[in-house]
Design a protein around this ligand. Structure first.
Ligand SMILES: [Zn+2]
Length: 370
């Protein structure tokens, strides 16, 4: 059964109220909880296409999961247009990145002391890991409720509302897009296994056990810390229970239903099938520290090599060429951009014109097969 509800987010000067639409699908024999949000960075609209298709799928299939969908995770930012573009990554008034206001619920905030994980684990040690996880889930929800009462800055209020909707999810997907990009996925490194090959993307960035203000890390970080603490105290070898992903679904400023259908098929395979995939095409991962920017050594115009996006390149492969003013007027040669090691070219910036120091490309290095 599908239910739709609205959570008020923010009233505007003209009296409009922006609200968060939440699509909830409940199944009587649910095997797990799934959460998906799109367009938190409001110009990154391919995720809306995926949620649209998933909602249609849920209406016509018996899918044994509880599913919460938020197709417009940032309705206020979606309405801020600069010329023909959506100014969706930052709050136009404060400059805050909309994906940096999520709480590390372990730390002291709003009058709460930080969680003493050792004491928490020792308290529930005799009752087992599952009970520990249930109590921890309740604790996180109570701490987030305090934040929901206290935080009024827009990027924090929005983050708290979304965080609260995602808190019970076993599988969570924050759907984004990069500038001009092959599809790729951020996953916590504890999820590194052949199961990732179910996704219809061939590049994965493995994130470390560190906090940040972004949605995905806010979801998995407390659980990773808790599980590490449990394993240290009990000698056990549990894996954190959260399958939490940021999915970069290709180019921003696009609504590509064909691409979304292809990527959704992989998402459903990942959820439905815990087994590792063997003998399929190569898929590559690197650690987040090896996902880096190539910046413009000089200002000018860039001729990109979009045919190389998403594939592994040999060392010193020309990845783009910068035509600066001197090369245009004929007193120097254009500059070729490359990296001196094997690299997977993943994204390039949207504009053909860059100042010195601007980001031009993002590449994965020290890649390994999944
Ligand atoms: Zn984004």
């Amino acid at each position: 059964m599908i239910n739709i509800r609205e959570i008020p987010f923010r009233t505007t000067i003209s009296g409009l109220t922006h609200s968060i639409s939440v699509i909830e699908y409940k199944h009587p024999q649910a095997k797990a909880n799934i959460y998906m949000q799109a367009a938190l960075h409001a110009a990154e609209s391919n995720g809306i296409a995926l949620i649209y298709l998933l909602r249609e799928y849920l209406e016509t299939h018996d899918f044994p999961y509880n599913v919460t969908l938020v197709p417009f995770a940032n309705p206020f930012a979606m309405d801020i247009k600069i010329g023909e573009y959506t100014y969706g990554r930052f709050d136009a008034k404060t400059g805050e990145n909309w994906n940096r206001g999520f709480k590390n619920l372990l730390t002291a905030h709003a009058g709460l002391e930080k969680i003493d994980l050792d004491a928490f684990v020792e308290k529930y040690q005799d009752q087992g890991f599952d009970t520990l996880c249930q109590r921890f889930s309740e604790l996180l929800r109570a701490r987030l409720a305090v934040s929901l009462q206290n935080d009024t800055a827009p990027h924090e209020k929005l983050a708290n509302i979304l965080h609260d909707l995602a808190l019970a999810a076993d599988f969570s997907f924050d759907l984004h897009c990069d500038s001009v990009s092959a599809p790729y996925i951020y996953a916590p490194s504890y999820l590194h296994s052949g199961r990732l090959k179910h996704f219809n993307s061939n590049a994965f960035i493995l994130t470390p056990n560190e906090p940040s203000g972004c949605f995905n890390q806010a979801i998995f970080y407390p659980w990773w810390q808790l599980t590490d603490c449990w394993n240290r105290i009990t000698g056990d070898s549990k894996t954190p229970p959260k399958h939490a992903f940021t999915y970069e679904m290709g180019n921003k400023e696009s609504f590509d239903l064909k691409n979304a259908k292809h990527l959704l098929e992989g998402v459903l395979e990942y959820i439905n099938n815990p087994a590792n995939v063997k003998n399929t095409s190569n898929k590559y991962a690197c650690y987040e520290q090896d996902f880096s920017r190539v910046r413009a050594p000089i200002g000018g115009m860039v001729n990109y090599q979009d045919n190389l996006l998403g594939s592994l390149q040999k060392p010193n492969t020309p990845l783009a060429t910068i035509y600066d003013k001197n090369s245009i007027i004929g007193i120097s040669k254009p500059q070729v951009l490359s990296v001196p090691h094997e690299a997977l070219l993943l994204t390039r910036t949207s504009s053909a014109t860059v100042h010195e120091g601007d980001e031009v490309l993002k590449v994965m290095t020290n890649c390994f097969n999944i």
